[in-house]
Design a binder for this molecule. Sequence first.
Ligand code: IFM
Length: 486
Amino acid sequence: MTRSSELAQRGIGRRQLLGGCLAASSMAAVGCTARAPGTSMHSAEASTTMPRPFPSGFAWGVATSAFQIEGSLTSDGRTASIWDTYTADKAHVADRSNATVACDHYRRWEADLDLMKQLGLGSYRFSIAWPRIVPANDRRINSAGLAFYDRLVDGLVARGITPVATLFHWDLPQYLQDAGGWENRDSAGWFADYAQAVFAKLGDRVGSWATINETKIIVQMGYQQGTMAPGQRDARVSGRVMHHLNLAHGRAVQAFRASGAVGRIGPCFAVAPCYPADASVPPEVVDGIDLQENRLYLDPLLRGGYPTKLDRLDPGFVAGLNSAVRPEDAAVIAGKVDFVGLTYYSPAIVGSTGPVQRYPVASNHWQQIFPQGLYDVLTRLHREYDDPSIVVLENGVPDDSGEDPVNDQRRIEFLRSHLVAAQQAVADGARLTGYHAWSLLDNFEWAQGYTQRYGLVRVDFDTQSRTRKASAAWYAKVIAANAVTV
Ligand code: IFM
């Protein structure tokens, strides 16, 4: 067994959450107030059927990403990203599909924005495709690529929807991968230069910027498990990549401050609250998984440095990390951010011998449905990370198992229960200012192709027609009421 596959086995990657099937009577999340699950948040949930209001001005949104919806992969000067390359090998995609058309959003964006307005959305999180903006090695800025996002941002503002732009949602230009990609320390500078061009064009209208989407998923799935682009399995490289992604985040924040752009900037963490499956699991084992799932990513940005005790991690990963870190990096990485963005899908349930399935599993097979996990991460940030302003940048579930594809009752229940958890966290002090459901549209779900439908709006991929699902109507009511009703 190689070091990297060992690492993958020891870790709990997004697709690895099913291990055994243990039941436990009580557990406590690492870093959270110890209590049996359900005692705090859930008892409040059951006690009333009154609407649970969110703070006034709460940002209700949906999220998407460029590669997953845009299509038009060669239009207006765009060049290939690592995901174009990865999906060119059909064996990498569950249904052997690709994102050449996806939701055809690049051409249908105006109708999609109209749909958002009809739902009453106040916030739209989208991502900008780096290969549209800096398509070639000469580092020329492609004005035709920028013009697309310029129109999109104008269209959002005209409809009263705040643009929330993610600078990097996994579609690294292939020519940069050929130059070493995130393994190359220069990547932080490449990213800052690209970000600077985007800030210069859109910085007068974008409300919030997310720097890098889910660094952890890139590290674990792109470089440890090899199940996402660029498909590597190398623990040492993954350690270097993580550090350079963190550095790139810090350099982009610096570029933002220097740009004079209005708006706010912050990271986007994929958080996974960790719980022991039962009382026999040693706390240090849970702590090691929490380190790998959360603190490795949160601490350098929000606490000024990596955790010092890394002995539970793969030695190759740690060696790669140490080889990349320079003393001057910590301050750059920890530059002040305006909010903490997070995506929440699933907890990590830690058994003595590996990950454990404890809660109902979604049709993607990796997501355990546990709304209290959202409550726990929000209140943990409030308690342990200096009470930041927080935005949920993604939360959702695929629901394609019902007989009527637009009557997605399971999604409604998922969203309702998670919003109840979020509302309770706010009531208990978390400074949550916005929530984005993943996703507006059914879309290209990376290595799963079109097999998993996360949209509030159904997309017929043969005709590109859009049909609002029951969840879209339900979410519109929540938005209008600024409250979720149990
Ligand atoms: O579709 C992805 C998204 O790109 C990143 N966060 C998780 C989603 C569902 O897997």
